[in-house]
Design a protein around this ligand. Structure first.
Ligand SMILES: CC(C)(COP(=O)(O)OP(=O)(O)OC[C@H]1O[C@@H](n2cnc3c(N)ncnc32)[C@H](O)[C@@H]1OP(=O)(O)O)[C@@H](O)C(=O)NCCC(=O)NCCS
Length: 197
């Protein structure tokens, strides 16, 4: 099973994209510390401090290709920690569904890293026979909401949060946006590597 890819971002920057390893624990804690308060709030939804709790660290690091994966994007020129990461967790009550989340360092946003990570999440979830991805965002997280819609998600409002869904077996037609083009290109490029087709 492929767990490490050597790729290039749109601007040509070479990156390593791989599953998180137990030895990454200190780097993940450090990456969390480097996030802006806004970024932390958008991803974790609580005004948490600079330190990532042990339980959340465990939740991110423990890897199980059928239940949960976290992948990170690393810029070898800058070393650890990485510039972004994304996870999916299978829903125990509905194994056809997995929840995803993504986080890119503030200074590295809009470089295509989130879209690359979403394509990796999509394909690794599909590899585990997940049929539907779901992501939640706060109502005022417009950038994330637009990004998910650009990547083909269908959004609804549940009265508390925005809920975005992707049907992996019958994907929506992607809108005509640069992000959608990037997303389609990553899916096409990574499918042979991650799915073997
Ligand atoms: C949401 C998030 C993950 C998106 O990651 P990202 O790496 O910034 O996203 P990408 O760069 O892949 O794509 C989005 C941007 O790239 C731009 N883009 C995409 N392809 C492009 C291209 N070929 N040329 C120029 N710009 C392009 C898009 O227009 C978009 O910019 P916009 O925000 O101005 O509309 C990131 O903003 C983030 O970490 N937010 C905080 C945490 C969070 O909200 N997570 C989501 C909830 S779990």
């Amino acid at each position: 099973m492929v767990e490490r890819l050597e790729l290039a971002l749109r601007d040509g920057t070479p990156v390593i994209v791989r599953a998180l390893l137990e030895e990454d624990r200190p780097a993940v804690a450090e990456a969390y510390r480097r996030l802006s308060p806004e970024g932390r709030y958008q991803r974790f939804w609580t005004p948490v401090g600079e330190l990532l709790g042990a339980a959340m660290l465990d939740r991110l690091i423990e890897q199980n290709p059928q239940k949960h994966l976290t992948w990170v994007v690393l810029d070898p020129a800058r070393g650890f920690p990485g510039v972004g990461g994304a996870s999916w967790w299978r829903n125990a009550a509905d194994p056809a569904e997995a929840e995803i989340s993504a986080m890119v360092l503030d200074a590295d946003q809009r470089r295509g890293i989130g879209t690359l990570l979403l394509a990796v999440m999509w394909l690794t979830a599909l590899r585990a026979d997940v049929e539907q991805l779901v992501a939640y965002t706060l109502h005022d997280n417009r950038r994330a909401a637009k990004w998910m819609q650009d990547c083909g998600a269908v959004g609804t409002w549940d009265g508390y949060k925005l809920v975005f869904r992707w049907n992996l077996l019958q994907p929506e037609r992607l809108p005509a946006t640069p992000t959608a083009d990037d997303f389609a290109a990553w899916l096409a490029q990574l499918s042979p590597m991650l799915l073997g087709c």
